[in-house]
Write a protein that binds this ligand. Sequence first.
Ligand code: B12
Ligand code: SF4
Length: 454
Amino acid sequence: MKRLLLINPVGRKSGYLSSRSTTFPPLGLAYVASLTPPHWQIKILDENFDDFKFEEADLVGITAFTSNINRAYEIAKIYREKKIKVILGGIHASMLPDEALQFADAVVIGEAENIWGKVIHDFDNNSLLQKYNGGVVDLTKFDIIPRRDLLHSNYFWRTVQTSRGCPLNCNFCSVSKYLGMQYRQRKTEDILKELEGIKGDYITFVDDNLIGYGKEAYTRAKELFRGMINLKLNKKWWMQTSINAVDDEEIIKLAAEAGCMFVFIGFESITTDSLINFRKGVNIKVGVENYKKVVDVFHKYGIGVLGAFIIGSDHETVNYYKKFTEFLIKSSIDIFQITLLTPLPGTDFIEQLKKENRLLYTNYPLDWDKYRFSYIVHQLNGSTPESIYTASNYIKKRLYSFPAYQLRSLKTFLNIKKIANWFAIYKINQGYKKGWKNSHYYSKYPSDLPKNLF
Ligand code: B12
Ligand code: SF4
């Protein structure tokens, strides 16, 4: 039998990867494994848990985001020096296939389902091409169950994907460029079949938006949640969605009954100007003044809210950060993800910065290490990277110190009144706090905002 070694490179364990509650399995590799013909023996080497040790293989496949692409290139080099062919896939290689090809024998661009069979066929026939474009997959004809048996058993969360693509195309995000602007959904019966087969009680839906946009998507979400309830799956889970989800409260009610513990929502900013720059139309439509109402709807059904916000937009001031921190503390949001605006490859944002000659780190691929949402990698109008690190420390110190941290936890309990959900939220909060304390700026920059900083 031929041996396929699939690798999840990790490199630096910072941010999310600092804690088990915020570390997730490489689902893409489990899909690639399930697409591989039976005459292959497959292993997933996952640096989240296992130290890298060279293992013999006939073919190596590596996945990577931008933040871990250099580790992927390092590992690729080790195998290629031993004349073992390496194929790179995933978001970074899809956005920059020519760069990836300098470190690999072939690159799979986009989704693997329609193309991996050909890649394997070509490898078997010694006729591997350099680029394979997977295009977008029709998810209604998609009943592939990823090989979770090959994923490391230490993960707390099992992950499931039910849709791909996003119509919103925010300027800082690569999802619409990567997976298209059409919101494609798998059939409910396929998803339920997959869920029934999952061992483990805790599930993360890795969809960018499990509920989706518009009537058809809302109907599917209700069907899915009703199916989970009827099958008595008893899973505890969380999802990403957007603030339009509360348009139809029945969805939220059903999600709660189906086991939803908390939702991840990209609120992004509390200023309309930044939302306009981000092209986050759905948030502008609902309005910053209504964020709290959105949170309240989830709380009404016992679901917590993880609010994602971005700092580092042009023209943010000391006063802005103070106002922002006050807003967060009063918002009733249960968990915060506050990241630093980062231009990702393939996005309109990076293209704009290139045109304006504002990128500070362009020694690629090495500098991709800094494109991980905890560094400022572009020239800011109105402030400096150091000011943003200080601002981030300022905000997080207030969110994670006495009394705000403890009061938030108490408020969460009073708002959602479900002990299991509260406990999951508590653990995730601990994970984020640890991620901040492990960040490169935590001990290097102050956490107080001097009046004249910017
Ligand atoms: C779930 C998720 C997370 C989870 C889990 C990540 C994980 N380890 O899987 C968490 C919350 C931890 C996370 C963290 C981050 N994420 Co994230 N995340 C996602 C999300 C929503 C889904 C990823 C997923 O599981 N997809 C499901 C699988 C099945 O799809 P897939 O991996 O794309 O794989 C398919 C193909 O790409 C291909 N494929 C993949 N690998 C390979 C390899 C080979 C050899 C082959 C042939 C094919 C192949 O086959 C698969 C089937 O078609 C994506 C958005 C998206 N829709 O892709 C963002 C996304 C990947 N994340 C992103 C970012 C920026 C981050 C962070 C840096 C953010 C931060 N604030 O810190 C961190 C990085 C942490 C880290 N180093 O791991 C960006 C990445 C952009 C980039 N250029 O790197 C994305 C695209 C979202 C965005 N806003 O643009 N993320
Ligand atoms: S940030 Fe969310 S809403 Fe915006 S394009 Fe990305 S996935 Fe879609």
